[in-house]
Design a protein around this ligand. Sequence first.
Ligand code: MD3
Ligand code: FE
Length: 217
Amino acid sequence: MTFDLFDNLDDPGPPPEPLADGAMVLRGIARANAETLLADVHAVTAAAPWRHMITPGGLQMSVAMTNCGHAGWVSDKRGYRYDPIDPLSGQPWPAMPVSFRELAITAAGQAGFPGFAPDACLINRYEPGTRLSLHQDRDERDFNAPIVSVSLGLPAIFLFGGMRRADRPQRVRLAHGDVVVWGGPSRLAFHGVAPLADGDHPLLGRLRINLTFRKAL
Ligand code: MD3
Ligand code: FE
């Protein structure tokens, strides 16, 4: 068992950090539960293994992905969509672990989005050098619901752009345990992740894992 300052329940931690209209950073709020979250990631990947999806343009993504919940985000030559079935296994995606759901709902509430009901969680795995190019998340049905993201392992530089692809993105460092809630006018902002710098994280070694919670259906 490891302990750090955030395990002291008397310490409220840093206050929520507004990033843009509707976007709030909750620094370190997932740290105390990180080992449980990671055990649950491993349980999900035992049933729905990591895979490198293919974009509609035919390129393999450098980030490995899987999903849990009632629907999973998939990409192939036919396009992007949410599917209740994992195309690798032909089975439904694994259920969303309780630890995931509770964190996502708590974070959304702290950021001013009570009643968030995520039905999908996309899990991204970054190795050093991998990146996610600038994109919008617009495959979900209801853009009124926020997206909640949880960063674990190696830190990343997150690129947060505007409503147009050409808008110069701000660079935000997201570290282990940081949670960001993206709602309101930020929900459709362009965003991405810069190539991951190498490092050695005590829990995850040379990896970053990001969970994104969505109301997809
Ligand atoms: C801002 N993932 O899975 S999480 C993605 O770190 C994705 O793996 C990144 O972008 C990652 O689609 C970034 C932060 C994030 C997620 C969704 C957003 C930021 C967002 C949707 C709208 C605006
Ligand atoms: Fe995204």
